[in-house]
Design a protein around this ligand. Structure first.
Ligand code: NAD
Ligand code: TYD
Length: 350
């Protein structure tokens, strides 16, 4: 029985990874460690929470004494590390929360793994999940590869870049067996409605303005979250130690084109006349330091590990929109309380 620690498993991507591992690997004991911040939600996991190979642990990855105790108690064989502060706009408001969780939290986990594994690396693996945002911004041409120099522009991406460097350094200095992936923008069910796609779905449902930053000509490469979880499974089991893999959707969209596509889908689903939702589009003040374009060259993971996306963007968006329409309670629960003051502050609503 392997013991695997998944951090951030109550969040968006983490919950899909937890579900995949709990259902696919009955011979693994999966420990989901999550602090349940505003972004962590155990409702994401109600379908698997009673599985015999699943345990939830509430705790903070930056709490050194607690983490050391947890690692000593359970002697994990592997760590899949997703816990993070993940929203760029929040990082502009409060960078220290990002330093604490993303940098100090990651180093705290690395230290604990190093201490309990004591150089006996056989069968051990530390998998750090990161983002393509560490590479900074692309111009109109080109793609991020695994050798693109780091050039982060936001406090979020700077904190993720820093954590990536620590992971690499633990590999070089102590020999810690790690793998690292840098993934493009995810979308799908259970995505907290502060990020573009779920925020806009929620606003369309409630006939609220769709705040497009700047001129909307910013480009992102979108990947369905379940395809990211599949990639994480492949890299965890087949990736080579001390290697980085880029994960992407081969799916670039300008924000404004994506928003118009989404508006059209929502008009159909909600039985509204064509063009109704697009009238909600409102151009607002740009995000400071806004990266123009992200796009991933995912050739390495495709050629070396045989992974590629399994759904098209049209299929993924259809599943996503249906999920939000069928899960109104989930959406209402996460958009009440503290979310309201965050939203009002972010978009300066009186
Ligand atoms: P999320 O914000 O939805 O979830 C993060 C989870 O981490 C939450 O459950 C939260 O409670 C938990 N957490 C936060 N601080 C913690 C702490 N101090 N201790 C323990 N748990 C804590 O994020 P996500 O979108 O699911 O992203 C997961 C990971 O994937 C992150 O590392 C992120 O950088 C990376 N990533 C995200 C995307 C994307 O598009 N969302 C793309 C590439 C990489
Ligand atoms: P987001 O979902 O926050 O992801 P990231 O910043 O990590 O790429 O934003 C995706 C794109 O959408 C990004 O270019 C910023 C833009 N955006 C808006 O135009 N309006 C919004 O309200 C939000 C949240 C994002």
């Amino acid at each position: 029985m392997k013991k695997i620690l998944i951090t951030g498993g109550a969040g968006f991507i983490g919950s899909h990874v937890v579900r995949l591992f709990v259902t696919k690997y009955e011979n693994y004991q999966i420990y989901n460690l999550d602090a349940l911040t505003y972004a962590g939600n155990l409702e994401n996991l109600t379908d698997i929470e009673k599985s015999p190979n699943y345990t939830f642990v509430k705790g903070d990855i930056a709490d050194e004494a607690f983490i050391m105790e947890l690692f000593e108690l359970h002697q994990f064989d592997g760590v899949i590390h997703l816990a993070a502060e993940s929203h760029v706009d929040r990082s502009i408001e409060d960078p220290m929360a990002f330093v604490r969780t993303n940098v100090i939290g990651t180093v705290t986990l690395l230290n604990a793994a190093r201490k309990i594994w004591k150089g006996n690396w056989e069968g051990k693996r530390f998998y750090h999940i990161s983002t393509d945002e560490v590479y900074g911004t692309l111009g109109a041409e080109g793609l991020f590869t695994e050798t693109t120099p780091y050039d982060p522009n936001s406090p979020y991406s700077a904190s993720k870049a820093s954590s990536d460097h620590f992971v690499r350094a633990y590999g070089e200095t102590y020999g810690l067996p790690y793998v690292l992936t840098n993934c493009s923008n995810n979308y799908g069910p259970n995505h907290f409605p502060e990020k573009l796609i779920p925020l806009f779905i929620n606003n369309i449902i409630h006939n609220k303005p769709l705040p497009v930053y700047g001129d909307g000509n910013y480009t992102r490469d979108w990947l369905f979250v379940i395809d990211h979880a599949r990639a994480i499974d492949v890299v965890f089991h087949q990736g080579k130690n001390h290697e980085t893999y880029n994960i992407g959707g081969f799916n670039e969209w300008k924000n404004i084109d994506l928003v118009r596509l989404l508006c059209g889908i929502m008009d159909d689903k909600l039985g509204r006349a064509k063009g109704t939702s697009a009238q909600l589009i409102t151009f607002v003040k740009d995000r400071p330091g806004h990266d123009l374009r992200y796009a991933i060259d995912a050739t390495k993971i495709k050629e070396q590990l045989g992974w590629e996306p399994s759904v098209t963007f049209e299929q993924g968006l259809e599943i996503t929109v249906n999920w939000y329409l069928e899960n109104g309670d989930w959406l209402n629960n996460v958009t009440s309380g503290a979310y309201v003051s965050y939203y009002e502050n972010q978009y300066l609503i009186n």
